[in-house]
Structures are given as structure tokens and as C-alpha cells.
Design a protein around this ligand. Structure first.
Ligand code: ADP
Ligand code: XUL
Length: 534
């Protein structure tokens, strides 16, 4: 069936740039990715990032993202992708990461030459060439200052949806202002990774959207305006450098003439605001109130659709990307896929199949053995190190392979269930878990998720839900111009969720006591990590 129109979604994630095109029936017609480590080795990243010597500062070269876009678009052109059918495009980016455009960069963006790739023309456009990303945890001093200035952690959470977190952009900006005042002064615009991606298509500075803007400790999430107090606490002239935030469903304008001339985009191809990868995933998973989404990417996240926000000292409240008056709750774990990969390589070198075999050979509940695997300082809870406990709650230094593999997977999912319930979430008989992200293709891992939560696990056709959600949002943004259909109604066209696994009989009896023990052991681990860190 020939397609009349395409909608594109891009995702600037931690380890790769991805693209998905859907047609007017919301069927995926094109999918590709550029892996930063493998496809752009000249930037020498590991897992898409540079960890600096202090181990706390984590950055990505901004030009790598630009070059990745050049590459992915060139590949589409080589594959004879028909850009002239694209009516709207949108995208997402890893949350919290920031890009610093140097004075004069706007002019360059507005006058790009179609004969040349973007990365050669934008080479000198950034006042900070290594962009801080979400894995950074170097801004504890700035966090304490911001909370102090606003009247405490809860007071800040009440305004912005979160207490101060190291990776949140306001604290990252405050650090750059303090450590590199001249570079800060020479910055004319600060983008999030998402709005930076949109700017590359718009040929101008794209605004930050409400959802991704909620991950900065700067936006008043109920007024949907920058909080003046938060801005003042972080750095001078910040309002001007950030521009105004806009609703996530906004259409920003047409694609720049650069893309029209270089790739054959139509000149009335529009750009819908880009947003954070987790909000975009909420759209891609077609999450409804009552569902839990579990994303198993570089970071593990868990998110819920909520109507009444109750910001707490754990977790984050973000503006909802598809229903402006609603919200989403988010929990983020830094030790996700990369930690699983480490244990895989220790126990079953390089092979997910072997890893799965080990998982299958061990029993639910792991005979009482529990593990905490935090290679880097975890976010929820703030703890670090590898901690193993046997069935008598005694610390042990090693587990046999199969026990180790099960301990990391069970431990990661027990943590998610405990923290979700602390946020007030109740698992009911009708609860659906929607799984996404790289590891969601692994059924053995999903079986453990289902057992620990005692709920069925569903997936969608792709593990790249942020990218897909961006393509859906692009299509919906256009549909909203003529008909007022809600996002949920609009995406009913798309392929349904697939039931992958259901809880094994007796799973809840196994995990109920184990979850209690996990909570007690977690308290010990937090205590020990505190001593280690301070
Ligand atoms: P991101 O969007 O954060 O860049 P993805 O969601 O694409 O990342 O997830 C990438 C991760 O998926 C890899 O780091 C890898 O560990 C994990 N992954 C890929 N295949 C499997 C598998 N079969 N089992 C478990 N994990 C997997
Ligand atoms: C969310 C978070 C990560 C990034 C990268 O708060 O820090 O999930 O969005 O995926």
C-alpha cells in the first residue's frame, strides 16, 4: 500500500541517535540508528559519554550529536527515503543534558549552506563543547544551594516537581556559571538535548517544552512558567538564555531551507516541539492512567500518568506531554543496562543468551539471596557499590553465576516496585506493565519483572518507544490543527500492545516476604554508602 504521508520521530538518546518514520496509518515504515561508540569512533565515547577523572562529571561532545544527525540523514537519502512525504517531524532527547550556544550561533543556524554537512558549519557554535548529560552527579554543592535558597528540598519539589538533583539542568547551569563565568557570559542560548535537536531542524533556536522543562529544577510545573526564584538561585540572565517554555504539542514552524535543499524535505514540513525521552516514551507506549511503564534502556525508568501531582522527596513529577493539564510521575535508575551488561560480561561473556540461561536455571526468590548493584552513584536511592546478602541477611562477597544473574535482575525490579509503592502506586488486578527500552526484547528478564510485580507485561512492536512516540506526536500535532481529537483517541489507529508474559503461579507468595527484606537491606546499603561517600 503506497503511503500518502510520513511522520518522523528522532531520539537523541545516551548511546545512539535513532529515527523512526510512520505512515498515515501509524505503521512503522523506516527505522535506523547511529551508535555513537561504533559509528563515530573519532569522539572516543564509551556508552555515548565521557566520564571525567573525578568520576562524577559525565559529558558528551555536542558535535558528536550533530555529526550523528548528518550521518542518519545521509543514510536515509542513500536508502531513497522520500523526504518530500514528511508532513511533520518531532523528536526527543535524553533528559536534563544541556547545550550552550555561543554568541553568534543563531546567525549560523539561520544561514546554513546546503552544500555542507551540519557539523562542519556548527563546529565553532558552542561555548561549552562537552555537554553535561543526565549521568552527571557533580553538582551536589549547587543542589544544596538551590534548596537552601528556595526554603528546603520539599519547597523546591512543590514548585518544580522534584527536590534538587545533580543531573537537573538548573544545577548544571549553576556549576558552569561558577566554574566558567566567561563561557557562560558568551552563551546566547541554552538548550536541552531535545530543544537542541529541534533547533537543528528549525534553523533557529527552538523553545524548551513543558515536559522536558520539568527536569531542570527551574520550571514552576503548575504555572508552567520559569520560577524567578529558581532562575536567580542558579545564574544571572537565565530567563533570556532559556527563552520561553511552550506546550509540548506546539508546532514550532517549518523545517529550515537547509533541509529542503539538501534532502528534499517539502517547505511546508512542520516541526512539532521535541521533548524528553521519558515523556516521549509515555506517548509511544500509549500509556493510560493505571498502567506502569518500565523502560529498560541505558537508564532504567518507571513512569505513571497522574492527574493530581504530590511532589515528594523521592521521584519526579513532570508535566504530561500529551495532556497539558495532567502530569507524569517518574523514577530514574542510573545503574540500568550498563550494570546488567557488566554482570553479563562477568558471568556469561558477551552473550545475552547465556545470561538468560543462567536466569532460567535459578529459581524465583533466589533462595533468599539479594543483591544491590550500583556501579555508579544511584539516584533512587542515593547509594553506591555492590552489596550481596545471603538468606540470613549476612553480607557475602560473591555469588555463584546463576545466583548473581538472578540477584541483579530481581534486585532491580524489587527496587522499582518498592519505590513505586512509596509514591502511592497500588498494583491492582487490572494493572498492566508496559515494558520498553533495549532490554525489553529479553523475555526472561520480563518474566522476572512480571513475577516481582505480580502483573502481566506487555510490549509494543519496537523497543524504541521514545522515537515512536515522537513520530506519533508529530502526526497528532498536525491532526490537532483540524480536529480536536485527544492523543489517546488519535493513536488507537496504531498496532495494539502485545502480552508477553504473565506472573508465574505463586510468585506473589515468593516476593512478598522478599520485598520486605529488600527494604531492610536497602536501608543498610544507604547507610553504608553514606559513610563511604562522606
Ligand atoms: P538508549 O536509548 O538509552 O541509548 P536502549 O533503550 O536502546 O538505550 O537500550 C540499549 C541497551 O539495551 C544496551 O545497553 C543493552 O544492554 C540492552 N540490550 C540489548 N539487547 C538486550 C538483550 N537481549 N537483553 C538484555 N539487554 C539488552
Ligand atoms: C530521567 C533520566 C534518564 C534520561 C536518559 O530522569 O535522567 O532517563 O532521560 O534516558
Amino acid at each position: 500500500m503506497a503511503s500518502a504521508a510520513y511522520y518522523l520521530g528522532f531520539d537523541f538518546s545516551t548511546q545512539q541517535l535513532k529515527v523512526i518514520a510512520v505512515n498515515e496509518h501509524l505503521h512503522v515504515v523506516y527505522e535506523d540508528n547511529v551508535q555513537f561508540d561504533k559509528d563515530l569512533p573519532e569522539f572516543r565515547t564509551q556508552g555515548g559519554v565521557h566520564v571525567q577523572d573525578d568520576k562524577l562529571t559525565v559529558t558528551s561532545p555536542v558535535l558528536m550529536w550533530v555529526k550523528a544527525l548528518d550521518l542518519i540523514l545521509e543514510r536515509m537519502k542513500t536508502a531513497r527515503f522520500d523526504f518530500s512525504k514528511v508532513k511533520v517531524l518531532s523528536g526527543s532527547g535524553q533528559q536534563h543534558g544541556s547545550v550552550y550556544w555561543k554568541v553568534g550561533a543563531r546567525k549560523t543556524l539561520q544561514t546554513l549552506l546546503p552544500e555542507q554537512p551540519l557539523h562542519t558549519q556548527l563546529k565553532l557554535c558552542f561555548s561549552v563543547t562537552e555537554s553535561p548529560v543526565w549521568m552527571d552527579s557533580s553538582t551536589t554543592a549547587q543542589c544544596r544551594h538551590l534548596e537552601g535558597y528556595i526554603g528546603g528540598a520539599q519547597a523546591l519539589a512543590n514548585i518544580t516537581g522534584s527536590r534538587a538533583y545533580e543531573r537537573f539542568t538548573g544545577n548544571q547551569i549553576a556549576k558552569i556559571y561558577k566554574q566558567r563565568p566567561a563561557d557562560y557570559a558568551h552563551t546566547e542560548r541554552i538548550s536541552l538535548v531535545s530543544s537542541f535537536g529541534a533547533s537543528l531542524f528549525l534553523g533557529d533556536y527552538a523553545p524548551i517544552d513543558y515536559s522536558d522543562g520539568s527536569g531542570m529544577n527551574l520550571l514552576d510545573i503548575s504555572k508552567k512558567l520559569w520560577s524567578e526564584d529558581c532562575l536567580n538561585a542558579c545564574a544571572p540572565d537565565l530567563q533570556e538564555k532559556l527563552g520561553s517554555a511552550v506546550p509540548t504539542s506546539s508546532i514550532l514552524g517549518p523545517v529550515s531551507s537547509y533541509h529542503v535543499q539538501r534532502f528534499g524535505f517539502r517547505d511546508d514540513c512542520y516541526i512539532a516541539a521535541f521533548t524528553g525521552d521519558n515523556p516521549a516514551s509515555l506517548a509511544g507506549m500509549r500509556l493510560e492512567e493505571g498502567d506502569i511503564a518500565v523502560s529498560l534502556g541505558t537508564s532504567d525508568t518507571l513512569f505513571l500518568w497522574i492527574q493530581e501531582p504530590t511532589p515528594a522527596l523521592e521521584g519526579h513529577i513532570l508535566c504530561n506531554p500529551v495532556q497539558t493539564q495532567d502530569y507524569m510521575a517518574l523514577l530514574c535508575y542510573k545503574n540500568g543496562s550498563l550494570m546488567r551488561e557488566k554482570i553479563r560480561d562477568d558471568c556469561s561473556p558477551g552473550s545475552w543468551e547465556e545470561f538468560s540461561k543462567e536466569l532460567r536455571s535459578s529459581t524465583a526468590g533466589n533462595n533468599g539471596n539479594l543483591g544491590f548493584y550500583f556501579d555508579v552513584m544511584e539516584i533512587t536511592p542515593r547509594a553506591v557499590g555492590i552489596h550481596r546478602f545471603n538468606e540470613n541477611n549476612q553480607k557475602v562477597s560473591a555469588f555463584p553465576k546463576a545466583v548473581e544473574v538472578r540477584a541483579i535482575i530481581e534486585g532491580q525490579f524489587m527496587a522499582k516496585r518498592i519505590h513505586a509503592e512509596r509514591l502511592g502506586y497500588k498494583i491492582l488486578p487490572q494493572t498492566r506493565i508496559l515494558a520498553t527500552g533495549g532490554a525489553s526484547c529479553n523475555e526472561d528478564i520480563l518474566q522476572v519483572l512480571s513475577d516481582v510485580f505480580n502483573a502481566p507485561v506487555y510490549t509494543i512492536a519496537t523497543t524504541n518507544s521514545a522515537c515512536l512516540g515522537s513520530a506519533y506526536r508529530a502526526a497528532h500535532a498536525l491532526a490537532m490543527q483540524s480536529a480536536g481529537s485527544t492523543f489517546a483517541d488519535f493513536v488507537r489507529l496504531a498496532e495494539g500492545h502485545k502480552l508477553v508474559v504473565t506472573p508465574r503461579p505463586g510468585a506473589d507468595q515468593v516476593y512478598e516476604p522478599l520485598l520486605k527484606r529488600y527494604m531492610d537491606c536497602e536501608a543498610l546499603v544507604i547507610d553504608e554508602s553514606g559513610k563511604h561517600v562522606n
